[in-house]
Design a protein around this ligand. Structure first.
Ligand code: PBG
Length: 329
């Protein structure tokens, strides 16, 4: 009777053996928690399509930041949600030092200082009345170059507020270079840029739109990428690196693991991935129905994203996952 001489199962026999040969381990310090803060709120408000995630008040934001630091989370990514009355055609509340996002950056820095990495979303969509990531030309298209100048100013305002890292997510051509130059000119050479380099115009951002009360009409296909394209993603990444990005990010994460792996092969700087709202909502919905083991799926998805090549993962589960990981290792 022929028998296998090579037996991979030997190293799977006990939990200790499996632990010894485990190739990919996610650490809490690699996780970044996205947080929403809404102008004028006194109590946190749930987001129905993101169960467990809330729009924070200024006070509850500080508390959530503190808890994330306590769990060992590596960073926070802040999103501001202005009141409707604060939105205008050019998203000026995003540049205003007293706009909700800049105020929130100051609050969080006052709370956690350098104990974690405070990042801010650098994009106009939460602040524009039309919900696009840039300003509109007379024909209604998003005006790339007019938007760049606003991004540069927004970056300076966020750095002034104390952000350690700014995260341009608008997919305008040339945005990294312009933001980098603006930061340098204003004396913020040490503020890093995490570029949403390969960002796809998919359908996985649905719940996020509820979280930021987006008013977007139409879609973002003239600036975000087509889901079928990977070579184009590498080109975007190379441009961002050349323009001075310190970290490049792929978004969404789980449906784009091949893109993460290709980007990892191509660059030497850290690669991040954003496990977006739709990815989160699908797991929560299935778990709520009792169809999957929620905690195991959370950890498996994070492990897969890391295995593909992301060393930084933005996830709405960051604080919880950090606790789960601590229990596991
Ligand atoms: C743009 C931005 C978006 C997300 C992060 N930054 C929305 C968009 O591009 O439409 C989506 C994140 C998520 O879905 O979790 N400011």
């Amino acid at each position: 009777m022929p028998y296998p001489e090579i037996r991979p199962r030997r190293l799977r026999r006990t939990a200790a053996l499996r632990r010894l040969v485990e190739e990919t381990r996610v650490a809490p310090a690699e996780l970044v928690l996205p947080l929403f803060v809404k102008e004028g709120l006194t109590e946190p408000r749930p987001i129905s399509s993101l169960p467990g995630v809330v729009q924070h008040s200024r006070e509850s934001l500080r508390k959530a930041a503190h808890e994330a630091v306590g769990a060992g989370v590596g960073g926070l990514m802040l999103f501001g949600v202005p009141e409707q009355a604060s939105k205008d055609e050019t998203g000026s509340a995003g540049l205003d030092p007293d706009g909700i996002l800049n105020v929130a950056i100051r609050d969080v820095i006052a709370e956690v200082g350098d104990a974690t990495v405070v990042m801010s979303d650098l994009c106009l969509d939460e602040f524009t009345s039309h919900g696009h990531c840039g300003v509109l030309a007379p024909d209604g298209s998003v005006d790339n170059d007019a938007t760049l100048e606003l991004y540069a100013q927004m970056g300076m305002a966020q750095a002034e507020a104390g952000a350690h890292v700014v995260g341009p997510s608008g997919m305008m051509d040339g945005q990294i270079g312009v933001i980098r130059k603006g930061l340098d000119r204003a004396g913020f050479q040490d503020v890093a840029v995490l570029a949403y380099a390969a960002k796809y115009a998919g359908a996985f951002y649905g719940p996020f739109r509820e979280a930021v009360e987006s008013t977007l009409q139409g879609d973002r296909r003239t600036y975000q990428q087509d889901p079928g394209n990977i070579r184009e993603a590498l080109r975007e990444v190379e441009l961002d690196v050349a323009e001075g990005a310190d970290v490049v990010m792929v978004k969404p994460a789980l449906p784009y693991l091949d893109v993460i792996a290709a980007v990892r092969d191509r660059v030497d700087i850290p690669v991040a991935a954003y496990q977006v709202s739709g990815e989160y909502a699908m797991v929560e919905a299935a778990a709520a129905n009792g169809w999957i083991d929620r905690e195991r799926v959370i950890l498996e998805s994070l492990t897969s994203i890391k295995r593909a090549g992301a060393q930084i993962i933005l996830t709405y589960w960051a604080t919880e996952a950090a606790h789960l990981l601590r229990r596991r290792y």
